[in-house]
Design a protein around this ligand. Structure first.
Ligand code: FAD
Length: 472
């Protein structure tokens, strides 16, 4: 839609300035993070163009709704998608999109609402991929099964190259055909494999003898199986809020177990058959679920909306990163393992912030660090920074599993502003910050209606003005 698109495209194709190193980079995953990583790497001039490995049949990652759920209701079972059929975004679209590729409703929208259904986000990401000519970089139905350092005598650890092993699986004539494992060597690897696919379960005393059915939100698609049931939902983050209401439409009763239920939340449940409780004390053999305040219900099902685990099953050797209680580390600013930077990096680990713009900044940082445009601190300095961050968390009493939770008030914008500065890119617009903060506050007090009632139309107008002048 903009003349600058063509100019940018030709800039993307320009040859790389010879004084800067150009790297052959493997990107793992073609969700929002992998797509923008590929764009930033190519824009930076890394050549040959990055190779994006994607095990699904198309790009978009999480936003590819999958009717099929894991056969194991509490496990991942090789299914990536965690979307339910009714899912609408939990952020207003104007705040959610990439800064340089606005996500406002346009003539191509299939769902122009401010909080659109998941199909609209997928459409947006597919449009992004086409607009920046990324589809040709993606090897679909190709799963990375191994990443290891290829050691070359006399060359520094990180610079030695990375062997990426992968398997291609293609459907042909209704049959799944798996090609033999193959390997290629790259100068660098950017990990963008997402972290909403491996269920994290609540630990419930007595659950072994409890006779009901359990499901993790990863495998929740539609409410129909809960018709007429008494259901306990654990967790009240966006998925728990949505799923409990989805189920309340067909179930007899829904009881939500929640860590802290402020008074304003209690009064905010418009469903007469939905109650909020403190966390679960135990489950009993007669089907009872007992809450920490002593109240109890006889339940047919428990739905765990308790989040996900980070996992990198393809990292074949120790010493890259480890995952401990959902802390992936050591990572400098959630991206670089200090000893191996910039040759391996992780995009998209932080949560509870505006994700797509952060993916873009992290990607630009990685691309710039690989070309030498952006200088990273020494490995020792990066490690000291990581340790100082961990000590700070400990001093504040924050658990390890909060390591990548940047939704803490003071950090909400600090991280992205810091990244923007490193990259020499524009900071997030003020209207976007205000829209985001207001939306987060509305969710808590108006969970039923926050997607359809608002009072920040003047900011939406601002977003539309900005997007009409955006250059990309
Ligand atoms: P993903 O989208 O998960 O993409 C990772 C990709 O990597 C996938 O395509 C996967 O197939 C591929 N992959 C993984 N392993 C391999 C391998 N070994 N080899 C090859 N390919 C591999 N965010 C928002 O901004 N707004 C929202 O409203 C919102 N709602 C959400 C609701 C739910 C239920 C969930 C689960 C998430 C939601 N999110 C939301 C967060 C969402 O995860 C991010 O928006 C974003 O899509 C994450 O992108 P990603 O690229 O990091 O990961």
């Amino acid at each position: 839609t903009h003349a600058t698109t063509r100019e940018q495209a030709s800039r993307d194709l320009e040859t790389f300035p010879p004084q800067m190193p150009s790297r052959r980079v493997a990107v793992i995953g073609a969700g929002a993070a992998g797509l923008v990583a590929a764009r930033e790497l190519r824009r930076e001039g890394h050549a040959p163009a990055p190779v994006v490995f994607e095990r699904a049949v198309g790009v978009g990652g999480t936003w590819r709704y999958d009717d099929a759920a894991s056969a194991d209701p509490l496990g991942a079972g090789g299914v990536h998608g965690s979307l339910y059929a009714s899912l609408r975004t939990n952020l207003p679209r104007e705040s959610m999109g990439f800064l340089d590729f606005p996500f406002v409703a346009d003539e191509g929208s299939i769902d122009p609402r401010r909080f659109p259904g998941h199909q609209e986000v997928l459409r947006y990401l597919e449009t992004f991929a086409r607009r920046f000519d990324l589809l040709g970089l993606v090897r679909l139905q190709t799963e990375v099964v191994g990443v290891r350092r290829s050691r070359v005598d006399g060359v520094g650890a990180g610079a030695a190259g990375w062997t990426v092993s992968y398997c291609s699986r293609k459907l042909a004539g209704g049959e799944l055909q798996e090609e033999e494992e193959q390997s290629e060597v790259f100068d660098a690897v950017v990990v963008c494999n997402g972290h909403f696919a491996e269920p994290l379960l609540a630990d419930i005393a007595g659950i072994g003898g409890w006779p009901g059915k359990q499901l993790h939100s990863h495998s929740y698609r539609v409410p129909d199986p809960f018709h007429g049931q008494v259901v306990v939902v654990i967790g009240y983050h966006p998925s728990g809020m949505d799923i409990s209401r989805d189920i309340a439409g067909v179930a007899k009763e829904v009881h939500v177990a929640i860590r802290a239920a402020p008074a304003e939340m209690q009064s905010a449940t418009a469903h007469a058959n939905l109650w909020l409780h403190p966390m679960i004390e135990c489950a009993e053999e007669d089907g009872s679920v007992v809450f920490q305040d002593g109240s109890r219900v006889k339940a047919d099902s428990i739905v765990h909306c308790t989040g996900y685990k980070y996992g990198f099953p393809f990292l074949e050797e120790d010493g890259i990163v480890s995952v401990d209680n959902n802390r992936v580390g050591p990572l400098y600013k959630h991206v670089f393992p200090p000893q191996l930077a910039p040759h391996i990096s992780f995009i998209g680990l932080p949560f509870k912030l505006i994700l797509f713009p952060v993916f873009r900044l992290q990607s630009n940082w990685v691309a710039g660090a690989l070309s030498g445009r952006i200088e990273l601190p020494s490995p020792e300095e990066m490690m000291l920074d990581v340790m100082a961050f961990y000590s700070d968390m400990e001093a504040r009493g924050w658990p390890k599993r909060f390591t990548h939770n940047l939704g803490v008030e003071a950090w909400t914008f600090e991280y992205q502003d810091w990244l923007a500065e490193q990259c020499g890119l524009e900071k997030m617009e003020e209207w976007r910050r205000v829209i985001y903060v207001a939306a987060r506050a509305r969710v808590l007090v108006r969970p039923e209606s926050y997607r359809d009632e608002w009072d920040d139309d003047q900011l939406v107008a601002q977003a539309h003005i900005t997007s009409s002048t955006a250059t990309y």
